[in-house]
Design a protein around this ligand. Structure first.
Ligand SMILES: [Zn+2]
Length: 141
């Protein structure tokens, strides 16, 4: 099972945008922790089982092959304050997330913090307009 935190495991186009994003955040004094980049299908299926056939809270609606992470075009991160992850999304925490989201978008990334369905602040991706169905059909960036 592979659940990578390595930017180098992403598609090169996405890795370049992710690196630019991290550099820009660093430049503004925002420290980030990348928590997930590429996940293989097996690892995705294990996540999907969580909260369904295995204990824990549901964390995804995607099975193996249905997540952009499985196609190397998505990553998750969390901003840190004094070395601790910031999970809150209101007040000062919310402003930090919005800033991080804006920096990511300025690097040509799509930010799931903007999504109405399945809003997910930690998730950024660049699929070049391709859908999951496109990737499953063998297309790539
Ligand atoms: Zn994600």
């Amino acid at each position: 099972m592979i659940n990578s935190r390595d930017i180098a495991a992403l598609h090169p186009v996405v890795a370049a945008r992710a690196r630019a994003f991290l550099t820009r955040c660093e430049g503004e004094g925002i420290e980030l922790l990348v928590t997930s980049t590429y996940r293989d299908h097996e690892s995705q299926n294990a996540l999907y089982a969580q909260g369904r056939t295995r204990p824990g809270k549901k964390v995804t609606n995607a099975r193996g092959g249905q997540s952009f992470h499985n196609w190397r075009v998505a990553f998750d991160m969390v901003p840190l304050r004094h070395g601790k992850p910031v999970w809150g999304t209101t007040g000062e925490d919310g402003r930090l997330w919005q800033r991080v989201g804006a920096i990511g978008k300025a690097q040509g990334l799509e930010w799931a913090g903007d999504w109405r369905r399945f809003r997910e602040y930690p998730h950024f991706q660049y699929s070049g307009g391709l859908s999951i169905a496109d990737f499953q059909a063998g297309r790539s960036l």
